[in-house]
Ligand binder design. Structure first.
Ligand code: PMP
Length: 298
């Protein structure tokens, strides 16, 4: 795991020096905002997928809490590239995090920033390589009135941890959460899609879904492939009765869900629409269709 360097508070520092003090308030109260971003090796060199969009979401997550990023987005974009270059990553996962530093009063303590790169593969995803099983969690996605789900904020992942811990204890790979109204919102770290009669469906952000960058890419790619897409309120039986179901996220890409709550989805194998979208995503990363999504490292 130890790598060469981490970007911390404006400069690259040796991996072993990238530590924080135990009095760091971000640690105590879970006050922080973060992103997960992918850098891919392509024939045209290393590219970071939708870097500006990820950093815009980081700024939005902070803004929801009335916080301004401690560095301009342009500086953070440069820092992401520097982490890739300095650590000589071919491809990697980048984790920018903005967190509350040392202090006593959370409202009068400066935020700090770090960007960490890791070169392991997907953080989650199909253990078998074919697809995953999912469980609808008994823990509900937190509401817009408590912890706004549009923010990718550190403390909010306690909700995800409860759900995913329950799914794992039940022998399933991934948790899917309903909101307080019983509508499908999100995976614990992914967005959820279903296909029925050729139509692609995904819950709207009003249901508590994080506005995922991969989700947004999927909606665009599906429309381009002539697949009808509907952002619509969904209930758990929309998943049970789907012909296909899949999860999307930066860490996993696009992963077929083969069963939900022990009910086989469709044929129990990756479906044709899912396959088409996995291929379209790969083409978007390696091809010419969406140059605006690809930011060169070099
Ligand atoms: N929902 C949640 C709760 C997540 O944590 C993530 C991961 N960021 C996603 C959805 C997927 O978002 P993205 O495609 O931007 O990684």
């Amino acid at each position: 795991m130890p790598l060469k360097s981490v970007w911390l508070d404006g400069e690259l520092v040796p991996w072993d020096d990238a530590t924080v003090h135990v009095s760091t308030l971000g640690l105590h109260y879970g006050i922080g905002f973060f992103e997960g971003i992918r850098c891919h090796a392509t024939d045209r060199g290393r590219i970071i997928f939708r870097l500006a969009d990820h950093l815009r979401r980081l700024a939005s997550s902070a803004a929801i809490y009335g916080v301004e990023l401690p560095y301009p987005q342009g500086d953070l974009a440069r820092a992401c590239r520097d982490v890739v270059i300095d650590n000589e990553f071919e491809s990697c996962y980048l984790r920018p995090i903005v967190f509350l530093g040392q202090g006593l009063d959370p409202f009068d303590t400066p935020f700090r920033a770090a960007i960490l790169g890791v070169d392991f593969g997907p953080l989650t995803g199909p253990p078998s390589g074919d697809g995953v099983t999912a469980k609808i969690s008994s823990f509900r996605r937190m509401s817009h009135e408590s912890l706004p789900p549009a923010a990718k904020a550190t403390g909010q992942y306690l909700n995800a941890m409860l759900a995913q811990g329950e799914a794992r204890a039940a022998g399933c790979d991934e948790a899917i959460l309903l909101n307080g109204d019983g509508h499908v919102s999100d995976g614990w770290a992914h967005n959820v899609f279903a296909v029925r009669d050729g139509v692609l469906m995904t819950p709207p952000p009003s249901s508590g879904a994080l506005p995922g960058i991969t989700r947004d890419s999927m909606i665009t790619l599906a429309a381009e492939a002539g697949i009808p897409v509907q952002e619509q309120t969904m209930v758990r039986t929309d998943l049970y009765l789907a012909d296909e179901c899949f999860l999307t996220g930066t860490s996993v890409g696009v992963v077929p869900v083969l069963a939900v709550d022990g009910r086989t989805i469709g044929t129990g194998e990756q479906g044709p629409v899912t396959g088409k979208l996995i291929a379209a995503m790969d083409e978007a990363i390696h091809g010419d269709g969406h140059p605006e999504w690809l930011e060169s490292v070099e």
